[in-house]
Design a protein around this ligand. Structure first.
Ligand code: NAD
Ligand code: UD1
Length: 314
């Protein structure tokens, strides 16, 4: 069935890949984005792809858009996606990540959307040291960002009781792939490392490099977003990862060996709010859908490095 879909944050890294998949599946897509980190060039030129520049904190503008579009499905990806930024600027991140999400969720219920699928985060698990992370663990976030994502899930549970809209929270682990912007100090670590290694500049590891992450390729994250469409439950919360962990030091080694370069690593103190180990249990998502993580980290890194190099040569 073809849907009219709103994708917030659709000009960003994850959102733009999702938009392409939704267009390929025959849906009409309306992207809402303030272009704070997203770029118009991330979006395809396609007759079914429409872009509206809007800040999700602007309640009135959002209400107008939802009233006229009346989307059957809403993907909410817009956020200030950085743990560090939430520590340095908790007020602005809270207004976007918490209140912005509330506006989107309330409006989806108000116009009778069938489902809201939204980006939560592994950051909700915080300081709980048990591994792998199970959705049943009580969240203990270490950063304002983790708290904001947890609040989104609490709002979803509350609103799912109010109307006919179903809510699906996807707790992404560490997502990587083409189009992830390396330019800010707040960018995802893989995009930064690839960028610096290709420029022959040293990389920085915060802490001793033994911290681990479940790095999940963008193709698998898009897959997760597609397979949860039409799930019957009022509320679902799923981890989205690979169930495999990689330390920062191993990540750096893989990248240097792909490029056949001598390691050039600077160590700095651990960052505030940094979780130590993170790996997903993905049994729940795999049991309720056909989700299967297809991209092995080594293969994903290799493809990413080639993509970034060919982009630069253009
Ligand atoms: P991104 O920064 O590339 O994308 C976020 C998009 O939201 C951008 O296009 C940005 O311009 C837009 N945006 C930000 N504030 C906005 C506002 N006030 N109004 C309208 N648009 C706004 O980041 P991403 O990595 O693609 O993250 C997408 C989502 O996934 C976010 O919700 C993030 O918290 C979540 N997430 C990301 C990861 C990851 O590893 N990248 C992991 C877990 C969760
Ligand atoms: C990331 C996402 C966040 C998501 C979370 C889910 C980004 C920017 N952040 O947070 O949206 O919700 O995963 O788990 O995509 N590091 C270095 N050197 C660097 C940069 C980072 O050593 O130059 C380290 C960090 O200290 C951290 C690890 O790499 O230990 C990962 O950092 P980062 O990519 O910023 O992601 P998270 O904080 O895990």
């Amino acid at each position: 069935m073809s849907h009219n879909i709103i994708v917030t944050g659709g000009a960003g890294f994850i959102g733009s890949h999702l938009v392409c998949a939704l267009l390929s599946a025959g849906h009409r897509v309306v992207v809402l984005d303030d272009l704070s980190t997203g770029k118009l060039t991330n979006l395809p030129v396609h007759p079914n792809c429409h872009f509206i520049e809007v800040d999700i904190v602007d309640e009135l503008a959002l209400a107008r858009i939802f009233e006229s579009e009346r989307p059957s499905l809403v993907y909410h990806e817009a956020a200030i996606a950085s743990v560090q930024k939430s520590i340095h600027d908790p007020v602005r991140t809270s207004s976007v990540n918490d209140y912005g999400a509330k506006h989107i969720f309330e409006l989806a219920v108000h116009v009778g959307s069938e489902q809201v699928i939204f980006a939560s985060s592994a950051a909700v698990y915080g300081e709980d040291e048990r591994l792998p992370k199970l959705e049943t663990f009580e969240p203990t976030p270490l950063s304002p960002y983790g708290v904001q994502k947890w609040q989104n899930e609490i709002d979803a549970v509350r609103l799912a009781k109010k109307g006919r809209t179903r809510f699906t929270a996807l707790r992404y682990f560490n997502v990587y792939g083409p189009k992830q912007d390396p330019q800010s100090e707040y960018s995802g670590v893989i995009s930064i490392f690839v960028d610096r290694i290709l420029q022959n500049k040293p990389i920085t590891i915060f802490g001793n490099g033994e911290q681990t992450r479940d790095f999940v390729n963008i193709a698998d994250v898009v897959q997760a977003n597609m397979v949860v469409q039409e799930l019957p439950s009022n509320v679902d919360i799923f981890n989205v990862g690979t169930a495999k962990k990689t330390s920062l030091i191993d990540l750096a080694k893989h990248l240097y060996s792909i490029e056949n370069r001598i390691e050039n690593i600077v160590f700095q103190p651990k960052r505030e709010g940094d979780i130590r180990h993170s790996v997903a249990d993905i049994g729940l998502l795999m049991s309720k859908t056909v989700y299967f993580p297809n991209v092995h980290i080594l293969q994903g890194l290799q493809t990413l490095v080639s993509a970034v190099k060919s982009q630069r040569n253009r």
